[in-house]
Design a protein around this ligand. Structure first.
Ligand code: UDX
Length: 434
């Protein structure tokens, strides 16, 4: 199969490289010339474990190409994927579809022979219909089908998620398109990955429903964590106690500072807007969005309380700034709420993140970025663990203690065991645990 992948962000680049690894001939296209040059010379513009090797192998094998122009690849393509960004539109929270529609306009002029146009980007219900109209208006003669095929990969585990997904969702009523999609994902049949074929609108909605459900699940356990703190319970035991029930499942039940990232905040908001527009409000998700926003803000108060109620003249050391480990992505990271709030309360903030420093420098004012966790501990009145990078799981606690003004750790990811921290002489505050 020949594939053209429009957009080389997280989803586009990972999907492109993985389809090439499945044996298809893939061209990844992006208007950003610098990005394409970087990719052509072996560089990877995003932080994703294993992606550099995967890209290099497939380039070498002559299956993966990069181009700033879509023309050649789209003309040859059996399937053209639209994997451009759909950020929140400023002001109203709707998904901004201008990049998607611009891609559709461009594809329309280039399609040749039966072409399957696939939305990989997360797009609101009805976007496929609009794309079809755009293509049809410009090319009444063309033979094509518009398919929804949402991507469920997680940053930091993107390749594994793409190659060994729990399921693939394909939305189309067109038999020929269904065959092409089946062929594209053929290697997944070997590990018996279920492919859910459905209508285009249902597929579009399924992606939002999945993200909204997971966001709700996290928010649920976060509220249970607060309740555990109030009644003297342990949220990790609650999570295990409910998660072992197969109907609930144990994943996405880690209490923390609130969900962030490039998907959950934007997609929950977009779903709320779509539902309101259609007169069928999703109140559970409205509440989820509100509770999560409040939670990120409440974390600074939690830290202040743990530090005795006054942060003036105090130094707070922060471990981890990205929205989760194994990414350099700072989008909607809880740290973006927590750090400025601590500063507003009078604290000086010094921090370390293994991959997020460059972005953090642009997004967080007056933050003192250090080289490692021990430099962050030096002179700190408290250490706050915001992102659970692996390297923060095995810190030399005795060394930290010696460097700090006082041994106080506020662990917003429940990485350490309260008992161990007590034995080490730390005052230890975590989330939803005694
Ligand atoms: C998410 C979805 O998982 C993925 O299927 C979709 O395609 C894109 O959005 P991603 O944003 O990369 O992926 O990260 P994910 O690992 O899902 O984490 C999202 C946020 O939830 C992070 O801020 C994370 O810290 C938080 N989280 C996750 C929790 O607080 N607790 C959990 O138990 C799980």
């Amino acid at each position: 199969m020949h594939v053209a992948m429009i957009g080389t962000g997280y989803v586009g680049l990972v999907s492109g490289a993985c389809f090439a690894d499945f044996g298809h001939v893939v061209t990844c296209i992006d208007k950003d010339g610098a990005k394409i040059e970087q990719l052509k010379s072996g560089g990877i513009p995003i932080y994703e474990p294993g992606l550099d090797t995967l890209v290099a192998q497939n380039v070498k094998a002559g299956r993966l190409f990069f181009d700033t122009e879509a023309a050649e690849a789209v003309k040859k393509a059996d399937a053209v994927f639209i994997a451009v960004g759909t950020p929140s539109r400023r002001g109203d929270g709707h998904a901004d579809l201008s990049y998607v529609y611009a891609a559709a306009e461009e594809i329309a002029g280039l399609m040749n022979g039966f072409t399957v146009v696939v939305t990989k980007s997360t797009v609101p219900v009805g976007t496929g219909d609009e794309i079809e109209k755009i293509l049809r208006a410009k090319r009444p003669d063309a033979d094509f089908a518009v398919v929804s095929n949402p991507e469920f990969l997680r940053e930091g585990a993107a390749i594994e998620d793409f190659k060994r997904p729990d399921r693939v969702v394909v939305g189309t009523d067109d038999d020929r398109a269904r065959e092409i999609m089946r062929e594209l994902y053929r290697p997944l049949y070997l590990n018996e990955t279920p492919i859910v074929f459905t209508s285009r609108r249902t597929s579009e909605l399924t992606k939002y429903a999945a993200n909204a459900f997971l966001a709700m699940k996290i928010t649920f356990i976060n509220e249970m964590a607060d309740l555990c703190e109030a009644v003297g319970g342990d949220v990790q035991h609650v999570a295990r106690g409910i998660g072992l029930d197969n109907r609930i499942g144990g994943k996405f039940l880690h209490a923390g500072p609130g969900y962030g990232g490039s998907c959950f905040p934007k997609d929950t908001l977009a779903l709320v807007r779509t539902a309101t527009d259609y007169g069928s409000p999703v109140e559970l998700i409205e509440t989820t969005v509100r509770v999560n926003d409040q939670r990120k803000k409440a974390m600074a108060r939690k830290i202040m309380t743990a530090m005795g109620g006054d942060l003036k003249g105090k130094t707070v050391g922060v471990l981890g700034l990205t929205f989760k480990p194994n990414t350099d992505d700072m989008r909607d990271a809880p740290s973006l709420d927590i750090v400025p709030a601590l500063q507003a309360m009078g604290a000086k903030v010094q921090a370390f993140d293994p991959a997020g420093a460059t972005e953090a420098r642009q997004l967080l004012r007056d933050i003192d970025l250090k080289e490692d966790p021990y430099a962050v501990a030096a002179g700190a009145d408290a250490l706050v663990l915001i992102t659970e990078w692996d390297q923060f799981r095995a810190l030399d606690l005795d060394r930290l203690k010696l460097l700090m003004n006082q041994p106080l750790m506020i662990d917003l990811r429940n990485v350490y065991r309260p008992e161990d921290m007590r034995v080490r002489g730390f005052t230890y505050v975590s989330v939803g645990r005694p």
